[in-house]
Every structure is written in structure tokens, then in C-alpha cells.
Design a protein around this ligand. Structure first.
Ligand SMILES: [Zn+2]
Length: 503
């Protein structure tokens, strides 16, 4: 026996190019795929491979999430008691106590909870400052409503934040002020958060992710954990624009790294969000006629920023949700390319949520890719009200983009959405409420999170594919899962990264 070689047998493969499961054995040597199909079995015999029997399972390439805030997600998992579905004030305080007992050391001793809805409580009111005081006398306690626009603090928390409310209830700016008093994580806590988040991704079938680092500390933590072999998934780290000078100083640019950790794009924001009506539109919101959203940079500012990224040999990732923001982003990218042509720069637009037909043509012509979030289609039920009937066809126009030849990759934008590729497939293929003609086929939806996301990360042929030479990253569904499945509530049996199952 030669343990370097592993032959996976009994699997039926689903790929973007093959929608119904096709039986084939897969032979891996170390982390890489050596052969697939009959030749895999022949070579396996010659080299004495170890057989891993996975009889009757459907398998797919490992999923790649091309837009994730891993640290933010991990900290929310680590630091917050989940209060969703609480039915009484007592249930909330009990969940907070349990959380404090289990994770007393996180958030510098602050006891935090999120996602409660006072409408679901038997009392039909917010918990009070005094009720939260009783959870853990002397320790700061804050709970945040499901919408994130309202919070309740106890006496200690309000004092430490330098604000006051008799009931403890604070909203909007005061809620933000209360939360900003919670100390940032130290090195150990940040590492624990990243590991927790990554484990969650892998459990859902993701084997790689493009993570936006929120700070240099997060970038360093991702690097340390990857180097030590502790990260359960491969990470490609997108860098916030304000870190670009430090990146360049160190001689780093897009593509530096290895298969476990690499530097991705440089991220900047052109506008806000549709939910908050801050995404920049060319004409006003249908449900707020005096408001057309807002651009975060002047035309010349944005052009200068994009040009710096482009000239630093980096890939740009521009957050643009409204069609005006998209116009400006495309102007800036076109100007940067004209000033200094760079082949295969693969600049990308994050979201491109509202895109007119002329903009889709322009993206295809300029070779600008898009990282799209199918789950938004299902979650953002208010999109039609925001845009009005004449623009509704411009919302998340996935099919038009595919038809025009725009390169697409998929992302969850977790923690905005759950890290769940199966939920993303469901949202992409079955757009009942929102421009159903823009639905994708299941094969196209799978491509978003495999080949498409791999291409956005310059990893085509290495990730997101089941072919010789690619990394042996794949996800195996439980036995007897039919395909397409009858329900998209899927929990994979295992996700293999470099031919290794999670330990
Ligand atoms: Zn995001």
C-alpha cells in the first residue's frame, strides 16, 4: 500500500458541465487529482493506492465563496448568544447566562446577544436595563434586535459607552455608539473567531473562500493559521484599499501566496446598499422620490484609486450596487486600462445588483467580471419597491450577464447571508418574485461557486474542477441524496480539501 495515493470509489459526480451524477473513481496523490474514471482505477492498482469507499454518494467540486467577511462572521458567532426565536424575556436572559458560562472570556467580558425580536416575546416589549443587570451583576450586557437598528444595554454597558437611557433601549446612532464600546478582539480571540467561521463554511461544503480582511491584524491571522495548517479551508484574502500602500511597500500584489493562502483583490466601495437606500442610482428610488442614493467618491477620486490599484499590479474589486455607481466604476476601470493596458487584470465588480442592459454589454466588452450574490434575490423582498416596475428587470440580471459573456463568480457576502451554497443555488434557479426571466439553470448556478469563483481568483483548472492536476477539493452528499435534490436544505456528509476529510 502507498498511502500517498488515495482512490475514492463509488461517487457520482455533478459538475457545471454534467448535471446528472456520473459514476467515476477519483485518484489523488497528496493534494492533487491524478486521474478520474477508468484510468484512475488502473493507475491505483499499479501504485497500490489506499481505497476510500464512498458508495452511493453524489459529489461535487468543492464550493468556493468569492465574497466573505470571515472575521466579522466568526466574531459574531463567537461573541454573541443567538437570541433568534426567543419567546420570552426569561428565555433571553437564560440564553445570555448560558453563553456567559460557556464563553465567559470573549469580548473582554462583555455579554452580547443578537437577533431577538420583541414582537415574538410573550411580553411584547423590549427587555429592560434592569432585567439585563440581573444576568450578570456588574458585567456589561448588550442585546441587539434582529434588524441591528435597536439595542438594549444594561447599566454597566451604558456607563462604559458614555450614554444613558432609563429603559436601556437605544436606537440608530446611540445603538452604534453602544456597540462601538465593545473592545476589539485580541490576537487569540480573532484566531478563534476565524477558525470557528471557517469550520462553519466547510461544514456547508465550501473548501475555499475569498475573504475581505477588515484589518492588517486579520490578514496576519489568516496567514498564520494557514501556514500552521490550521485553516479548514483555502483562503484568498481581499485587501481593503487603505492597506494598499503597505502592501505595495512590502512588494506584495494580487497572486502572491500558495494554494492555502494567497493575496487576492484590493477592495474599494463606490456606493452603499439598496436596503438603506444608499446605493447610487441614475434616477431616484421609486419608494423615496427625493433620494437617488449616494456615491462615496467623486469621479476623479474613484479614478485615482482604481488607477493606483491597477498600477500596483493588483486586481480591483469595486463594490457597486446602484447603476450610477456601476457607471462610475466602469469609467474608472476603462480609464485605468487606457492609461496603462494590462492583459488579464480580471478587475471585478462586487454585487452589480442594478445593471442596465447597456452596462452589461459594456462589462463584457471591457472584460470586467462580477461577483454576484444569488441569496440577495430571495432575501431582499423590497427590491421591487425600491426600483419600481420600469427598472425591476435590471435587478440581479444574472441570465443577461451570462448571455452577454460577462464572467461571473458567486458569493454569499456572509454574514449578510448564511454561508450556504445550496441556498444560493435555490435562489438563483427559482426567482419567483423577482424577474424570473433572469433565473439561471442549475448548472450555471453551480458554475458560479466553482469554475466562476475560481476564475475570479486566478485559480481556474486548480480549484472548482474535477480534472487531473486540480486540487482534490470536493464535497460529498449524504447517501441516497437524489440529484437534483428534493429539498435544498443540504448538510454535506464531508468536504475534502486536498483529498483530506475534516479531522
Ligand atoms: Zn460584503
Amino acid at each position: 500500500m502507498n498511502p500517498e495515493y488515495r482512490l475514492f470509489t463509488g461517487l457520482g459526480w455533478v459538475t457545471p458541465n454534467c448535471e446528472s451524477p456520473t459514476a467515476a473513481s477519483l485518484l489523488a496523490c497528496g493534494e492533487r487529482i491524478v486521474a478520474v474514471g477508468p484510468s484512475a482505477e488502473r493507475i491505483a492498482q499499479e501504485v497500490g493506492a489506499v481505497e476510500v469507499q464512498l458508495t452511493g454518494r453524489t459529489a461535487l467540486p468543492g464550493m468556493i465563496d468569492a465574497h466573505v467577511h470571515l472575521g466579522e462572521f466568526g466574531l459574531s458567532l463567537l461573541r454573541n448568544a443567538d437570541l433568534s426565536g426567543s419567546g420570552s424575556v426569561e428565555e433571553i436572559t437564560e440564553r445570555l447566562r448560558q453563553h456567559a458560562n460557556a464563553r465567559g472570556e470573549v469580548a473582554a467580558g462583555w455579554i452580547l446577544g443578537t437577533r431577538f425580536d420583541q414582537e415574538l416575546l410573550a411580553e411584547r416589549r423590549f427587555p429592560t436595563r434592569q432585567e439585563l443587570d440581573d444576568v450578570a451583576p456588574g458585567r456589561p450586557v448588550v442585546i441587539v434586535r434582529v434588524c441591528f437598528h435597536a439595542a438594549v444595554g444594561n447599566t454597566a454597558a451604558l456607563k462604559m459607552a458614555g450614554i444613558w437611557s432609563d429603559s436601556g433601549l437605544v436606537t440608530e446612532d446611540d445603538a452604534a455608539k453602544l456597540l462601538s464600546a465593545v473592545p476589539p478582539p485580541g490576537r487569540d480571540e480573532l484566531e478563534a473567531a476565524l477558525l470557528l467561521a471557517a469550520a462553519e463554511f466547510r461544514a456547508k461544503g465550501f473548501t475555499a473562500a475569498h475573504c475581505l480582511a477588515s484589518s492588517a491584524e486579520e490578514l496576519a491571522a489568516l496567514r498564520r493559521l494557514s501556514l500552521a495548517g490550521r485553516m479548514p479551508i483555502r483562503v484568498r484574502v481581499n485587501i481593503p484599499y487603505d492597506l494598499l500602500p503597505r502592501l505595495s511597500e512590502m512588494g506584495l500584489a494580487t497572486g502572491v501566496g500558495d494554494t492555502r493562502f494567497s493575496i487576492g483583490a484590493v477592495k474599494l466601495f463606490a456606493d452603499g446598499s439598496l436596503g438603506a437606500r444608499t446605493a447610487a442610482l441614475t434616477s431616484p428610488y421609486a419608494d423615496e422620490p427625493a433620494n437617488a442614493g449616494m456615491l462615496l467618491h467623486s469621479r476623479s477620486e474613484l479614478e485615482q484609486m482604481v488607477r493606483r490599484i491597477h498600477e500596483a499590479e493588483c486586481q480591483a474589486a469595486i463594490h457597486a450596487i446602484g447603476d450610477l455607481a456601476l457607471d462610475r466604476a466602469l469609467d474608472a476601470l476603462e480609464a485605468a486600462q487606457a492609461a496603462r493596458p494590462r492583459p488579464d487584470a480580471r478587475h471585478r465588480i462586487e454585487h452589480a445588483s442594478v445593471a442596465r442592459p447597456d452596462q452589461i454589454e459594456r462589462m463584457a466588452r471591457l472584460g470586467v467580471a462580477a461577483c454576484v450574490q444569488p441569496q440577495f434575490v430571495a432575501s431582499d423582498f423590497w427590491t421591487a419597491q425600491r426600483l419600481g416596475p420600469h427598472r425591476i428587470g435590471w435587478a440581479y440580471p444574472f441570465r443577461s450577464m451570462v448571455r452577454a459573456g460577462v464572467r461571473l463568480g458567486g458569493g454569499t457576502d456572509c454574514p449578510v447571508e448564511r454561508p450556504d451554497p445550496w441556498a444560493a443555488f435555490a435562489a438563483a434557479i427559482d426567482r419567483v418574485q423577482l424577474a424570473p426571466e433572469e433565473s439561471l439553470t442549475l448548472a450555471e448556478a453551480i458554475r458560479l461557486f466553482t469554475e466562476g469563483a475560481a476564475w475570479l481568483g486566478f485559480s481556474e483548472g486548480v480549484l472548482g474542477a474535477i480534472t487531473p492536476g486540480a486540487l482534490a477539493d470536493f464535497v460529498v452528499l449524504p447517501p441516497h441524496t437524489t440529484w437534483p435534490p428534493s429539498s435544498w436544505h443540504i448538510i454535506p456528509e464531508a468536504a475534502f480539501v486536498g483529498a483530506a476529510a475534516a479531522s
